[in-house]
Design a binder for this molecule. Structure first.
Ligand code: SAM
Length: 158
């Protein structure tokens, strides 16, 4: 099934690349990540993550058109049902994507299940679900730092 993000995939990079790279650089500055670490990017979109991190990366996203733009291994699926075993990833990140999940609670619990101990989330501040998502992250992850970025709140969990 084509998604909204499939429809806007062509112009996505021009519209959002710079602001998304800024958030990824903030995550990099605040989370300890080694080159041998395996990272999962949930809702990876066109794969900007690979321009900032030099660790091993797997991306997941439901948008086939955005995934075509990624330069690393990807899986077309949703956060609510992640096809990996428990504790598989050293680091899991999700950048401006959680408010798009059909069920953010299930998605976040899946992220927790497949991750080990390092997570980073950026949550769109003007989403109607912002407060609920932030509360759920605070209840279910060890948030060590929150960073107020212009458009998103960044939560570093370790
Ligand atoms: C605003 S974009 C952010 C993309 C990317 N993280 C970035 O920084 O450019 C939101 C992304 O969430 C993805 N998405 C929507 N529903 C999703 C779900 N249930 N699970 C995972 N990703 C989802 C969309 O396909 C889209 O790529």
């Amino acid at each position: 099934m084509r998604t909204y993000f499939d429809e806007i995939a062509e112009g996505y990079e021009e519209l959002y690349k710079e602001e998304q790279l800024k958030k990824l650089r903030i995550i990099k500055d605040n989370l300890r990540i080694a080159p041998e670490d395996l990272m999962l990017d949930v809702g990876c979109g066109p794969g900007f993550v690979a321009e900032v991190f030099d660790c091993r990366i797997i991306g997941l996203d439901p948008s086939e058109e955005l995934l075509k733009k990624c330069s690393f291994e990807t899986i077309r699926c949703e956060a609510e049902d992640i096809p990996f075993p428990d504790n598989h990833f050293d680091v899991v990140i999700s950048v401006t994507s959680i408010h798009n999940f059909d069920n953010y609670k299930t998605g976040l619990l899946e992220i927790k299940r497949v991750g080990k101990d390092r997570f980073a989330f950026t949550v769109l501040k003007n989403s109607k679900k912002f407060n609920d998502i932030k509360d759920f992250i605070e209840k279910n992850f060890s948030v060590k730092k929150t960073i107020d970025e212009k458009i998103d709140l960044i939560l570093i969990c370790a």
